[in-house]
Every structure is written in C-alpha cells, then in structure tokens.
Write a protein that binds this ligand. Structure first.
Ligand code: ZN
Length: 246
C-alpha cells in the first residue's frame, strides 16, 4: 500500500499544537489513508480531538520508535516526513493494532463522537435517532456513557450504581474493540438532577427510545435507570457477554 500524495501543513497539529482546521483535516486524512485496516478511522471534523492525538502517538511509537511520543506533528518534523514516506506508510499499515490504547482512559470524558463510535453500529443509528428526536423537542441530549470497561463496571457495582457486574455497556468485539449495546443519555443542563424529571426529559427519552424499538431503563421496576437505553433485552445479556469473549 502506498500513498502517493505528499501533504504539507502550515502549523503544528496534535497535542499542544496550533491545530488550524485545514491542517488538522490534512493530517487526519493522511492518517486514515494509511491506517492499519482494523484501526478506527478518524472523523474529518477539523478538530484535533483525543482520538487524533492517540493515533499520532500510536504512529510515532509504531513507525518512528519514539519512546516518548509527543503526539504532535510539526510542519518540518520527523513525523510529517514519515507520513509522506512510502516505507513508513507500509510499516504503519501493517502494524499490529493497539486497540486498547485507542480505547483507554475515562470513557465518560470522551468526546461525543468517540462515545458514538463505541456503540454497536446498528444500535448507534438508533441512538442517533433518539438524540435527534430529543433535540428537536428542545432538549440538549448527550451521551454520558456509551461503552465502558469491565473495570469501571466493577467500580460502579461496588458503589451500588448498577446491579450487574457485566452490562450491555461492556459489550465488545473479541479483539477488545468497544461494541456497546447500551447508552446513558442525559440533558447537558440538568444531568440527573430533579430538573430533568420536572422538565419531562426522562419520559421524552423513554418515548423516543421505544419508538426506535429500544429498551428504556425507566420501565424497570426493581432498579429504575432513567438515563439508560439499550438495544437488547436483558435475557440476551449472558449471550452478549459470551460474544464479547468475556
Ligand atoms: Zn446505563
């Protein structure tokens, strides 16, 4: 695989970079074009998000052998030269994937795009529809948790915030790539505060979710979970865990 196109940037891109919109997109497109096939593609948004920085770091470690990658690409730097060098491109395209690095960190703090990416693709479309429907009604919905790790699940379980040690939030592909069948949706103004209920947010969420054929945690009697929606029935949990290789 060879990328013939040579790219140029005006200012630095990445961690602590200047991150001009055009430069960011140039870098993202180049990274996407030569990315190992199982690597998730970056979204061409003009924004240098944590996904972009993680990928630059991965590239610097894998291709350039940096022990302390700085996550930044300078107009005349080594990383940009490597991005334009066909031997480096082949090395990157054929490198083993560092799925766990891509998906590490506190998933509740990820940008919305990454939270959406962490959902099972068919479920993701329905969640997007729910978000759109709520926004149309004047709410300001956002995903609080899409996918989360089993380790985080255990912490929440210990605090009594969930009743299961494995949930649909933890579903993944056997290679560890997030593939969640659950999302917690809140209104960014109110979170879990009383105002959310007073302003009808939870009931609107339930309504929009059920319209998409999703399960709403607010319908549960033993453990009401008003922010929670999921794409599978509780009876499918054991099977989902097995599919996840967990
Ligand atoms: Zn949930």
């Amino acid at each position: 695989m060879a990328i013939n196109q040579t790219i140029f940037i005006e200012k630095s891109v990445g961690k602590n970079g200047i991150n001009q919109e055009l430069d960011v997109n140039t870098i993202k497109k180049q990274l996407n074009a030569q990315m190992p096939s199982s690597h998730r593609k970056l979204i061409i948004s003009g924004i240098c998000d944590s996904d972009t920085i993680d990928t630059i770091i991965d590239f610097q470690k894998t291709v350039l052998g940096f022990h302390r990658p700085d996550g930044r690409i300078d107009p005349n730097g080594k990383t940009l030269r490597a991005l334009n060098d066909s031997a480096s491109q082949v090395k990157w395209a054929n490198s083993p994937v560092h799925v766990n690095e891509q998906w590490s960190g506190d998933s509740s703090k990820w940008p919305q795009t990454k939270k959406l990416q962490s959902l099972n693709p068919a479920f993701r479309i329905k969640v997007q529809n729910v978000l759109d429907a709520l926004a149309q009604r004047g709410f300001q919905p956002k995903i609080f948790f899409g996918w989360r790790s089993v380790a985080v699940q255990q912490e929440l379980f210990a605090k009594g915030r969930t009743k299961v040690r494995f949930s649909f939030h933890n579903a993944q592909k056997p290679d560890g790539t997030p593939n969640a069948y659950a999302a917690d949706i809140i209104d960014k103004r109110w979170g879990w505060n009383q105002e959310a209920k007073d302003n009808g947010f939870w009931s609107a969420l339930g309504e929009a979710a059920k319209k998409q054929g999703l399960v709403w945690g607010g319908d549960w009697t033993s453990f009401k979970d008003v922010a929670h929606i999921q794409g599978r029935q509780n009876s499918e949990l054991a099977n989902t865990k097995k599919e996840s290789g967990l």
